[in-house]
Each structure stands twice: as structure tokens, then as C-alpha cells.
Design a protein around this ligand. Structure first.
Ligand SMILES: Nc1ncnc2c1ncn2[C@@H]1O[C@H](COP(=O)(O)OP(=O)(O)OP(=O)(O)O)[C@@H](O)[C@H]1O
Length: 223
């Protein structure tokens, strides 16, 4: 599903943020990405999402080598990967339903189908009844779940989230994490960057620890 071979990343002419990283994530895994602030967790996720190019090495996602992907294959890959960044980039001049319909409209789905799939996605994240709400009127946890609904509406095989529980209280964080766990349990490969050690301990899965100059891969622990 994801393969990094000797990947390094620097921004501009700066030194490497990530250096000589190799790993493989197979379909259906749940991986946490941990490490101190500024170590490169978001950068790692952006490389996987194809939002940043690597400086050295090669990255394969869903069978495609990212730096050799054709313009024709790119939209298919984009749909195969659901991305939730730290800034949710929700549109505050549209309803919650419109926000979730947008990726389907971009993919060319007829409005009726887009609407029913967007409603189903909102239901999956526990936001039924909030279809017409403006995102600004939603709580932090609801906005996170709305961003998840938008990321999953194209039924991606891979879900990537950058600190989706930051600034949420414990109970809301747990609810948001359980949404990811539910998707993972139906086979969606899931990568979540987090500082939250309690959540990591609770969900006890494979963990990548990104530290300055060091990358560690802790295998799945069965607890
Ligand atoms: N677009 C960019 N241009 C230049 N430098 C960048 C860019 N994006 C990130 N960096 C730098 O790369 C380093 C790693 O940043 P990154 O956001 O990946 O870390 P992080 O581990 O996700 O941090 P945090 O936990 O605080 O979100 C930081 O020093 C950051 O300033």
C-alpha cells in the first residue's frame, strides 16, 4: 500500500528534515506517527499524500511511484487517499453537506448521487441532522468529524490524518478516534499523526516515531 525506499526530504536548500527512511505499510494497517514538535510528522504525511515531493529515494502509494505518476493516473490516486490536515480547510460559506459533496462534484458525480453519498458519510461520522449547519456553528470535534466525512466520501483505500484530536477534550478525541478505528476495521489503511500518548496506548498499533535525525518503526503490539 505504501513503500518508502531510502527517502530523504529537505525544504529548499535546507538540511534534511527526514533522512534515509525506508518502510512498508500493508493494506489494512493502522499506524500512528509520533514524535516531538517540528520533527517532521506532517512532512511525512504530506509525502505520502503527494502534497510534497521527496528530495531523495522513492515513494510508492497504491502501486504508483509518486514521482513518476502520469497526469491521467493522478486523479485516481487522489481519490484513493483521504487526507485530513491540521487545518481542516472547511468552506465556511457552504453547508456541512455541501462541504462533503464537493469532492464528489469534482470527481464528476451527478448531484443526486453526490448528495446521498454525502449524507451517508455524515451519518458514518455521527453528524446526521447537521447537514444544513454552517461548519462555523459546529464544535471542534464536529468540525473534525466533518473533515473526516469529506475525506472518506470518495471511499479511499488509505486515510491520512494529521493530529485530528489536537485541541479536543478527551471524550471528543476518543469519539474521533473511534471513527478512524471503524474505517480501519472495514479495511481502510489508516495513518494518524498524534502527540497523544494515551490514545496511542489505548489503540496499541504500529507506531512510527519521527525524531530529529532518527526514524523508528515499532511493530504492532498485541495487547
Ligand atoms: N513548507 C515548508 N517550508 C520550509 N520548511 C518547512 C515547511 N514545512 C515544514 N517545514 C519545517 O520542517 C520541519 C518539520 O515540520 P513538520 O510540520 O513536518 O513537523 P511536525 O513533526 O509535524 O511538527 P508539529 O508536531 O509541531 O506539527 C520544521 O522545522 C518546519 O519548520
Amino acid at each position: 500500500m505504501i513503500e518508502f525506499q531510502h527517502v530523504s526530504k529537505s525544504y529548499g536548500t535546507g538540511s534534511h528534515i527526514l533522512e534515509d527512511i525506508s518502510f512498508r505499510v500493508t493494506a489494512g494497517e493502522f499506524v500512528f506517527i509520533a514524535g516531538p514538535s517540528g520533527a517532521g510528522k506532517s512532512t511525512l504525511l504530506k509525502l505520502i499524500a503527494g502534497l510534497e515531493p521527496c528530495s531523495k529515494g522513492s515513494i510508492h502509494v497504491n502501486g504508483q511511484r509518486l514521482d513518476q505518476i502520469t497526469a491521467r493516473a493522478r486523479p485516481y490516486l487522489r481519490r484513493a487517499v483521504g487526507v485530513i490536515l491540521q487545518d481542516t480547510h472547511l468552506l465556511y460559506d457552504r453547508s456541512a453537506l455541501d462541504n462533503v459533496m464537493l469532492p464528489l462534484a469534482v470527481a464528476g458525480h451527478p448531484t443526486g448521487i453526490a448528495r446521498s453519498r454525502a449524507r451517508a458519510a455524515l451519518q458514518k461520522v455521527g453528524l446526521s441532522g447537521k447537514e444544513e449547519a454552517n461548519p462555523i456553528s459546529l464544535s471542534g470535534g464536529e468540525q473534525q468529524r466533518l473533515a473526516i466525512a469529506r475525506a472518506i466520501v470518495n471511499r479511499p483505500a488509505l486515510l491520512i490524518a494529521d493530529e485530528p484530536t489536537a485541541n479536543l477534550d478527551r471524550e471528543t478525541a476518543r469519539k474521533v478516534m473511534s471513527v478512524f478505528r471503524d474505517f480501519n476495521q472495514v479495511g481502510v489503511t489508516t495513518l494518524v499523526a498524534t502527540h497523544d500518548e494515551d490514545l496511542m496506548a489505548q489503540y496499541a498499533q504500529r507506531v512510527f516515531v519521527v525524531e530529529p535525525g532518527r526514524f523508528r518503526d515499532f511493530p504492532v503490539s498485541k495487547t
